[in-house]
Design a protein around this ligand. Structure first.
Ligand SMILES: Cc1cc2nc3c(=O)[nH]c(=O)nc-3n(C[C@H](O)[C@H](O)[C@H](O)COP(=O)(O)OP(=O)(O)OC[C@H]3O[C@@H](n4cnc5c(N)ncnc54)[C@H](O)[C@@H]3O)c2cc1C
Length: 499
């Protein structure tokens, strides 16, 4: 008889784990509190516009494709990947921009237009960080770090020492590059995991380097096409997805997780995989202190958490060819406005990430206009300094639109808005139980990575596993997909040991 797995949460971590377990013969039932699946990778659909709710930057497409080959399917039957060029357009004051193209000759020309020293510095930076990436990928990102021997062995420790050099991202980048705009473009990307480039370890310089070397991709129809494809396969493989089904408690008996309690019923299973944000789950779904192990309420309050994001979604009635798919607008006083997200304040002159998929995908703006997500990193709710009410939201939205209008060619953007919406840290908390309304869960500081991050397998209860962005290897769709691969391996090993 096949074993039954209950999965709490239909985020990328829950859905991809469900598919892998179904492929391995498990009977799978998912419980998702929201009425839609995908978690933070979600969608806003209007008559004319499709907006990706949060994630928009698709790095490492092979990791997405691997999920399909894992279950013996051809990804091309489900998804259309489109390569993006330039990967970024970076706007700075006075209407200037730099394109970061995929073609080396175009990129060299753009960088040399700034200075030959910076061009050389950029390529040296890419080459040095590429070496780190190859090590990180082989020894950390694709490997479990659940047990002491996974991390505390000579090879892994020496590799960790090699990649985790201690300077901050910004200082590390500055050793290679003099131009402030290029520095800020590279440094800004550590905010993609919610870490300050002025504080966090320089390992996050991997993000711009992986984007430059392996490219950035767009899925036709947006990121949610991926969620649709996985859910289609889950149903095809016999999995059950319950939406609008909030789990209230994980039930234990004699050091084993035996089921869950929803408001409707108690459901039993052989294993439980929890995809709800790890710190939220520890605080709310595990009631007995014994099973929390190290993650008591006190300990949770001592951990470090990533920042959050405020997003406005704009549907526009006309095209803006000045934009490309991924744009970064560098606000004045970059350092201050980045640091404000980690000090509990809103920035004076925000640096913005502007996503405009309709530049290459007409299906996302059917009115021959554009759909824009404009994202600003903001403090998480633990700072308790900002009230996310209509006054704050309107003030911040207006400030963002004022900044946008400073981009040459976007001066008339305000009068061409036909749809407007927003997402705040409070929405992130209310909708997805994102602990503290963070965008990326537990921060990936040195003391919260690898073996020091929460483990896939509960240290106290058999049959209880965790998956998602507060686990190893960290936030981002591709890393969460890695996390589902690693947790599935753990589940299969444990199951073999018991049989
Ligand atoms: C603003 C923003 C921008 C981002 N941009 C990018 C990007 O460009 N590229 C990229 O790769 N990544 C990006 N990310 C990160 C990426 O979206 C996340 O790392 C990833 O989606 C997290 O998936 P997850 O499965 O860990 O968690 P989640 O998406 O949080 O899923 C957890 C699920 O559990 C459900 N749940 C919670 N509690 C319960 C309960 N009690 N009962 C039942 N269900 C429950 C939630 O509703 C949710 O559906 C971004 C994230 C944010 C917030």
């Amino acid at each position: 008889m096949s074993k039954k797995a209950i999965i709490i949460g239909a985020g990328i971590g829950g859905l991809s784990s469900a598919l892998r377990l179904l492929h391995n013969g498990y009977e799978v039932e998912i419980y998702e509190k929201e009425n839609s699946i995908g978690g933070r990778v979600n969608i806003i659909e209007t008559e004319n516009f499709t907006f990706d709710l949060t994630a928009s930057i698709l790095m490492m497409p092979d990791v997405y494709k691997e999920l399909f080959s894992y279950v013996n399917k051809n990804y091309e039957d489900y998804l259309e990947f489109i390569e993006i060029d330039p990967i970024y357009r970076v706007f700075s004051g006075g209407g200037h921009f730099i394109d970061f193209n995929t073609s080396i000759s175009k990129l060299t020309k753009n960088l040399e237009a700034i200075s030959k020293d910076d061009s050389l510095g950029y390529f040296k930076f890419i080459s040095d960080v590429y070496e780190k990436y190859l090590i990180a990928n082989k020894y950390f990102l694709e490997k479990s770090q659940d047990t002491p021997k996974d991390f505390f062995n000579l090879t892994t420790l020496s590799k960790a020492f090699k990649i985790h050099t201690l300077s901050t991202s910004y200082d590390f980048i500055s050793d290679y590059i003099k131009n402030e705009n290029i520095r800020e473009y590279l440094a800004f990307q550590s905010m993609y995991v919610g870490i300050s480039p002025y504080e966090g370890p320089n390992i996050y310089t991997l993000i711009p380097v992986v984007s430059q070397l392996y490219g950035l991709w767009h899925l036709k129809g947006g990121m949610y096409s991926f969620v649709n494809a996985i859910s289609q396969l889950i149903v095809e493989f016999g999995g059950i997805i319950n939406t609008g089904a909030t789990v209230e408690e994980i039930i234990f008996l004699n050091d084993r997780a035996i089921g869950i309690r929803t408001s409707q019923a108690i459901e039993k299973a052989d294993i439980i995989v929890c995809n709800a944000d790890f710190p939220y789950a520890m605080k709310n779904l595990i009631k007995d202190e014994h099973y929390k192990n190290d993650y008591t309420d006190n300990k949770l309050s001592e951990l470090k958490y990533s920042c959050s994001t405020f997003i406005i979604y704009l549907g526009l009635r006309k095209k803006y060819p000045q934009l490309t798919v991924h744009n970064i607008y560098l606000g004045e006083n970059f350092k201050n406005n980045i640091e404000s997200a980690f000090e509990g304040n809103l920035p004076e002159s925000p640096t913005l990430y502007i996503y405009c998929p309709s530049r290459i995908d007409d299906s996302m703006a059917k009115n021959e206009g554009e759909c824009l997500n404009i994202m600003l990193r903001v403090p998480n709710l633990f700072f308790n300094k900002i009230t996310w009410d209509d006054v704050t939201i309107n003030k911040l939205s207006n400030k963002i639109i004022m900044e946008l209008k400073k981009i040459k060619g976007l001066e008339d953007i305000e009068e061409n808005i036909v749809y407007k919406n927003h997402l705040t840290p409070l929405d992130m908390e209310r909708r997805f139980n994102a602990y503290g309304g963070t965008a990326f869960g537990l921060s990936t500081t040195l003391t919260q990575t690898n073996y020091f991050r929460p483990h896939f397998k509960s240290d106290k209860a058999n049959n209880l596993f965790f998956v998602g962005n507060s686990l190893h290897p960290g936030p981002g769709v591709s890393l969460v997909l890695n996390s589902s691969k690693l947790v599935t391996e753990e589940i299969l090993i444990e199951s073999q040991n018991k049989d």
